[in-house]
Design a protein around this ligand. Structure first.
Ligand SMILES: CC(C)(COP(=O)(O)OP(=O)(O)OC[C@H]1O[C@@H](n2cnc3c(N)ncnc32)[C@H](O)[C@@H]1OP(=O)(O)O)[C@@H](O)C(=O)NCCC(=O)NCCS
Length: 162
């Protein structure tokens, strides 16, 4: 079976939970995805499907002082399927779709060694005020029209995270 990256459907909701719980060894990220969906803040939710859901990435709406931006989180691949390029396929497909639909700016919180390969950088993110400052807070502009400073506000579901 070949790998497809596609939009989530209602039928994927339980499998998406299972992938997040397995990848993160806990329920926090699975709960985050469900809360983002419930709140209507899930802008783009993609699954990697090879006959079953083996990976997932969520992109949610966030705000920079009235301007829209996008948060990438979480991304998860079943442990037995990691290091085969599935995370890369999910993130690259998501960024391409976001750019096509006119989004200008994406933020992520995560390992710079991983997200740097997609063009995310802490230096560009440092111009924004965030509850999560530091090297893990990175941004990627998809357009020259992207805001370059301001205070970021994540979707409500993120405030439940510890
Ligand atoms: C992070 C994750 C989504 C990557 O998915 P994947 O399908 O394994 O990734 P890819 O195969 O596309 O890329 C693998 C590469 O990323 C690197 N990588 C994975 N996680 C990394 C991390 N936290 N820091 C640095 N590099 C990392 C691997 O070393 C590998 O590098 P290599 O190809 O040079 O050996 C997956 O490992 C996962 O689900 N991890 C647990 C959940 C998690 O930590 N999610 C990210 C935080 S939101």
């Amino acid at each position: 079976m070949t790998l497809a990256v596609r939009d989530e459907t209602l039928a994927d909701v339980a499998a998406i939970r299972a992938v997040n719980e397995a990848a993160f060894a806990g329920a926090q990220e699975a709960d985050l995805v469900d809360a983002l969906r419930r709140d209507g803040d899930l802008l783009l939710s993609l699954v990697a499907d090879d006959g079953g859901v083996i990976g997932h990435v969520a992109f949610s709406r966030m705000q920079i002082e009235g301007d829209p931006a996008v948060a990438l989180a979480p991304v998860a691949v079943l442990p037995a399927q990691q290091r085969r390029g599935i995370g890369t396929a999910l993130i690259e497909d998501g960024l391409r779709r976001l750019k096509q639909s006119g989004e200008t700016l994406v933020f992520v919180l995560g390992a710079p060694a991983y997200y740097g390969r997609f063009g995310f950088a802490a230096a560009s993110a440092a111009r924004f005020e965030t509850p999560y400052p530091g090297p893990y807070f990175q941004s990627l502009a998809l357009s020259p029209r992207a805001p370059s400073s301001g205070a970021v506000r994540y979707a409500r579901a993120f405030s439940a995270l510890s």
